[in-house]
Ligand binder design. Structure first.
Ligand code: 4NP
Length: 149
């Protein structure tokens, strides 16, 4: 089972989601992340995301930002998007119903239908990063229970 976490820049939200999800899944699962823009391609995650993950014992410092590619729609089974704009953008890149059915709004898939967006902490402070961490950690627990038999 291959899971792709997607946000805008692939330096804040999806690297955290990747790092958290990896700690919760047994072997046989593969988790990666990508962005919808290539502006930060090749960069490590935002220092605040690295610090927030480190505060919870998770090392995301070696990740590198990359944009989502056409191949991702073939390679991955589940593609989780961090907000509604990202979801729309990713769905618009699909080429078939089969591909479209792999794409989910992450928090909605985790049962949060009212407020299904992971807020972008990029313009915020460390408290915003910690809030995002907690949102992602809860959602990862729920998704893990859905996909691990
Ligand atoms: P992310 O956050 O999508 O969670 O990685 C952002 C990263 C970069 C920018 C915006 C959001 N940016 O405008 O460069």
């Amino acid at each position: 089972m291959k899971i792709l976490m997607v946000c805008l820049g692939n330096i804040c939200r999806s690297p955290l989601a990747e790092g958290i999800m990896k700690t919760k899944l047994p072997s046989g699962f593969f988790v990666d992340s990508a962005g919808t823009i290539s502006m930060h391609e090749g960069e490590h995650p935002d220092k605040r995301a690295i610090k927030t993950a480190a505060n919870h014992g998770i090392d995301i410092s070696k990740q590198r930002s990359r944009p989502i590619t056409r191949k991702d729609f073939e390679n991955f089974d589940l593609i989780y998007c961090m907000d509604i704009d990202i979801y729309g953008d990713v769905v618009s890149k699909t080429h078939s119903e089969e591909e479209r059915q792999k794409v989910f709004l992450f928090l909605e898939a985790a049962g949060n239908h009212e407020n299904a967006e992971v807020p972008d902490p990029y313009w915020g402070d460390m408290n915003d990063f910690e809030d995002v961490y907690q949102l992602l950690d809860n959602a990862c627990n729920i998704i893990r229970n859905q996909i691990v038999i």
